[in-house]
Write a protein that binds this ligand. Sequence first.
Ligand SMILES: *Cc1c(COP(=O)(O)O)cnc(C)c1O
Length: 384
Amino acid sequence: MQPRDLSDHVAYEAGRGIEEVARELDRDPSEFIKLASNENPHGPSPAAAVAIRETASSVSSYPKAAHADLTTAVAGRWNVTDDQVWLANGGDGAIDYLHRTTLDPDDAVLVPTPGFAYYGMSSRFHHGDVREYELSKADDFTQEADAVLEAYDGERVIWVTSPHNPTGSTMPLAEIERLADETDEETLIAVDEAYGEFADGESAIALLDGWDEFEARDDVAVLRTFSKAYGLAGVRLGYAVVPDEWADAYARVNTPFAASELACRAGLAAIDDEEHVVRTVETTRESRAYMRDDIDAHVWESQGNFVLVDVGDASAVAAEMQERGVIVRDCSSFGLPGCVRITCGTEDETERAVETLNDVLDDLDVEPESAGEPENPDAEVADP
Ligand SMILES: *Cc1c(COP(=O)(O)O)cnc(C)c1O
């Protein structure tokens, strides 16, 4: 027999790993740094690493208590009820849960382009269609309700990525609220805050739970993950925060025990280790500012733990940087063949990335296509 028709389904293209690249180029892994997958340069919280070791001998049990405890801890963090917190196997698992909860066959989701590939993949797994709204490069990928509403045609779910991967732009809460107000009652605004910890503004949980000036509402859900700021990408842990009204749905849609015992124990330790997150966010801010000031090409303002750089020919620049030991993300697969995305690293990693990129730009003599003024006039003078 054959699988069903999967011709609409595309494989997820992950950032490339050091081992993989070193093997392919027949080089030593220690020659490389990887700034391609928005991972935490400080690793996991040390407390989470301890928790994982301590949990090793009890992994023969299904995760029940740990799941309940982490749900309560996350609910406490956001001041929502336990029922509103849907733990999942990574943020990606939470995307699946939101689709399982909302999509009937042939319903559609509206997703940003450029954007995160898994929204569309997951929708197709659930027999949904995928339509796109554009974040325009000419507008610096600004996110406003109007551009989304223009593309909107009654889709069941609208995905808003804020901060947005790979551009780093955000949608203000007032715009998200307007989007929710001006779309059908049965349209969910799913706000993906995988990079929320690195951003200045408040979480969109404010909208669904009715904090400050907002009215509580039942058509917004928020996605968060432990993969980025918490440094736990390898254990796979994320969650959705959903409206009160959805309390009963989780038990009907979740994959049993998808958030593993190791993941839940690591998450519990990590959520208590505020110092590690604070340090991570600080490093990120410094790296982001340094890259914006010192890269000799246009760098968009970013609220994530990465920056998008207009290099002209992303595949040539990424390949040459890789040759010189710095792995960055070629954004061609995001629909931005002129751009690379560089993850914020430690101070040393960031300096090496900037120096390597500037040398490569010089040596390849590529012309970035966007006309934008360089962020830092000095950079241009310093490097004729
Ligand atoms: C990384 C990321 C996620 C979630 O990743 P997980 O590792 O599955 O938690 C979700 N959305 C965006 C935009 C991301 O970049």
